[in-house]
Design a protein around this ligand. Structure first.
Ligand SMILES: Cc1cc2nc3c(=O)[nH]c(=O)nc-3n(C[C@H](O)[C@H](O)[C@H](O)COP(=O)(O)O)c2cc1C
Length: 219
């Protein structure tokens, strides 16, 4: 394993900037974009739930359909790639979906039963997300933001720009994509989107809270 110099990594964090203007003629190579998707797929998630799917929206007609519901942003046309990240609905501990999680973890027999008791307590009492469908969905949605962050930072490390997108009409966008047959709306819904491409102008340096304002050491 090759490890990376922290200054290079931090430089990539500074370089990453929400990009609202792309060079529409520059496309990310398939090879590079597959690597970015891998960074999403390899992301960590609570109990290994991986409650995500990545829809890569390259169809120009579909992008046009979505644009009015994405605040009309021009990057719906000019970005090289757009990913709609779906989050799983109803990822309850007692569903076949959870069974698959346990399969992936190689849990069988007594170990599986013990894990189920832990997952039940976790979802019911500890993190307490079974009070509504919305709470359960939001838990899945939180996991998708980890994949989102990894894809954006990984892209920046490759010199590729991105912009996370929550600024859209969730109801309309979900309807359009589900009507296209891209997912079953009983099972999945769009959590967040992200555009990718290459900036066509400089972006001013970040404004951030001071380090001491956000970090406290307890010694
Ligand atoms: C979850 C999330 C959703 C966002 N949605 C939008 C969006 O819809 N449109 C947009 O222009 N920027 C969006 N942003 C970008 C933020 O405005 C931006 O991250 C913030 O101002 C900090 O700037 P930076 O990303 O360039 O460091 C979003 C950021 C996050 C993390």
């Amino acid at each position: 394993m090759t490890f990376f110099n922290k200054d290079d990594i931090l430089n990539a964090f500074h370089y990453r900037a929400s990009t609202r203007s792309y060079d529409g003629n520059k496309k990310i190579s398939d090879d590079d974009f597959y690597a970015i998707l891998e960074m999403g797929r390899l992301s960590p998630s609570s109990v290994g739930s991986e409650p995500w799917q990545f829809l890569v929206l390259q169809n120009a007609h579909l992008r046009q359909k979505l644009k009015p519901y994405c605040w009309g942003i021009p990057t719906m046309e000019t970005s090289s790639h757009i990913v709609a990240i779906l989050a799983k609905k109803n990822a309850r501990y007692d569903t076949p979906y959870f069974g698959q999680i346990m399969d992936r973890r190689g849990l069988t027999g007594e170990a599986r039963e013990k894990a189920l008791v832990v997952y039940k307590k976790f979802q019911t009492e500890d993190i307490a997300i079974l009070d509504s469908d919305r709470s359960l969905y939001d838990w899945a949605s939180k996991q998708t933001y980890i994949a989102l962050a990894n894809m954006m930072t990984g892209a920046a490390m490759m010199g590729i720009d991105s912009c996370p997108i929550e600024g859209f009409d969730y109801k309309e966008v979900n309807q359009i994509l589900a009507d296209e047959g891209l997912f079953d709306p009983a099972e999945w819904a769009v959590s967040v989107m992200c555009t990718f491409g290459y900036r066509d102008k400089d972006i001013k340096p970040k404004a951030r809270k001071a380090f001491d304002e956000v970090v406290k050491f307890m010694e």
